[in-house]
Design a protein around this ligand. Structure first.
Ligand code: ATP
Ligand code: MG
Length: 401
């Protein structure tokens, strides 16, 4: 006797019309991805739910994996027994003792879809409830109104299913349900959190990262790959596009007065992101900016930087304070990697006198000295793409352009 399957539920509200089937297929595919490390464990869609069959695997790590998958609302461990009263009694008792040993109140809710089964639902409630009360002798009581555990007994043709105790999962929409977004990932705390938030609204994230070797080293690059790998456990593989940025940064450093360097560097980043996204089928660009956090994140600065793109720039953290973001990063498992002390390209040659209110006229004036098109094109031609497939244990590198 054992827990042999998991019943997965998804939010009904998001499921309207034709979207439903698309949503379900994506969710099933994403669940299968996170189940890859568990050979033999299968998932299939049955009547508005997804059933994960354990085939003998330990349910504990599988629960942990399922909790992370966006689009899953909740799930419950379950077991199948024969259509036989003694088997159901034994199964129900096993279920409580194994999974809910400390529960103080319960209720049995039996359903009999198989009308050939000789015992009616009400009677079954009494038989099973009585057996549990006698067996656990005083440590547990029935409460029909507000039970801590509602044990559901579902008698069907193929067998009887015993389940109870919903475990909450990530909720949101399955990754991929809302289209592709190009996310600007640094090695910092904020941008991985912003990526996670967007994934929860169904965005298929692709990462764009600017690096400046030899000023930024291999470990800084590895950090970005590690952060991405951490994010794949929320239901998808993720591509990381690495843009060589050294020439542009040194060029800007040479040609532009230091108080406009940061603004023009950001405009160059966004120009490259814009061109890359359009060529790559991304409908929006996203980043980890938060209003007022640093000089480049004032409204005036965003206004001046943003004008180089016509794509929507999504900023999930715009009104979130740093403490909340840090707590979020800890919860999703990116924080420890984010605080490793490797230099990001934005911090090299960092001027101390960056304007907090850079004007577009200023940016345009100094950009006359910058070879914008040629430099952007050169960088785009040398983008390197790494596929992170956390659950297949492998990643591969390719050049895109
Ligand atoms: P983060 O913690 O995400 O680095 P931050 O508060 O340190 O954010 P900045 O370093 O000013 O802020 O960066 C603002 C945003 O710009 C980042 O959230 C990220 O989206 C983007 N960004 C910064 N550096 C890079 C980079 N090297 N490659 C790609 N995007 C970057
Ligand atoms: Mg940063």
């Amino acid at each position: 006797m054992n827990i042999d399957h998991i019943v997965v539920r998804y939010g009904e509200l998001a499921l309207k019309g034709k979207n439903r089937s698309h949503f379900e297929k994506l969710l099933l595919a994403n669940i299968r991805k996170v189940l890859k490390p568990f050979p033999g464990v299968t998932a299939k869609r049955i009547q508005g739910r997804i059933i994960v069959h354990l085939h003998g695997a330990d349910e504990t790590p599988i629960q942990e994996a399922l909790k992370n998958v966006f689009g899953i609302y909740s799930f419950s461990l379950a077991m199948q027994v024969e259509n036989d009263v003694d088997a159901i009694k034994e199964g129900a008792l096993f279920f409580i003792e194994k999974l809910h040993p400390n529960v103080k109140t319960f209720k049995v809710s039996a359903r009999r879809a198989n009308k050939g089964f000789p015992v009616q639902s009400q009677q079954l409630n009494h038989l099973i409830g009585g057996h549990i009360l006698r067996s656990l002798d005083g440590s547990i009581k029935v409460d029909v109104h507000h039970p801590e555990l509602e044990l559901s007994i579902d008698v069907r043709d193929a067998g009887t299913y015993i389940t109870g105790g919903a475990i909450e999962a990530a909720k949101g929409l399955p990754v991929g349900a809302s289209g592709k977004v190009l996310h600007m990932l640094s090695g910092g705390i904020d941008s991985p959190v912003a990526a996670h938030m967007l994934m929860g609204r169904g965005a298929q994230i692709e990462m764009l990262h600017f690096h400046s070797p030899p000023y930024t080293n291999e470990r800084a690059k590895q950090k970005v790959l590690d952060l991405t790998k951490e994010l794949t456990k929320y239901g998808t593989s993720i591509k990381v596009h690495l843009v060589p940025f050294t020439e542009i940064q040194t060029h800007i450093h040479k040609e532009v007065p230091s108080n406009y360097e940061m603004t023009i560097m950001r405009r160059m980043m966004l120009r490259i992101a814009d061109a890359f996204a359009k060529n790559n089928g991304n409908l929006a660009i996203s980043n980890g900016e938060s209003l007022g956090q640093v000089a480049s994140q004032t409204l005036q600065s965003m206004n001046t930087i943003n004008e180089v793109t016509t794509l929507p720039v999504i900023r999930p953290l715009i009104a979130i304070d740093k403490e909340t973001t840090i707590a979020y990063a800890k919860r999703i498992g990116t924080y420890e990697t984010s605080i490793l002390p490797y230099e990001d390209c934005c911090t090299i040659f960092l001027p101390t006198d960056s304007k907090t209110k850079p004007k577009r006229e200023g940016a345009l004036k100094f950009e006359q000295y910058v070879e914008i098109e040629k430099k952007c094109e050169d960088a785009l031609n040398r983008v390197e793409t790494v596929h992170i497939n956390a659950f297949e244990g492998s990643s591969s590198v390719e050049s895109l352009f």
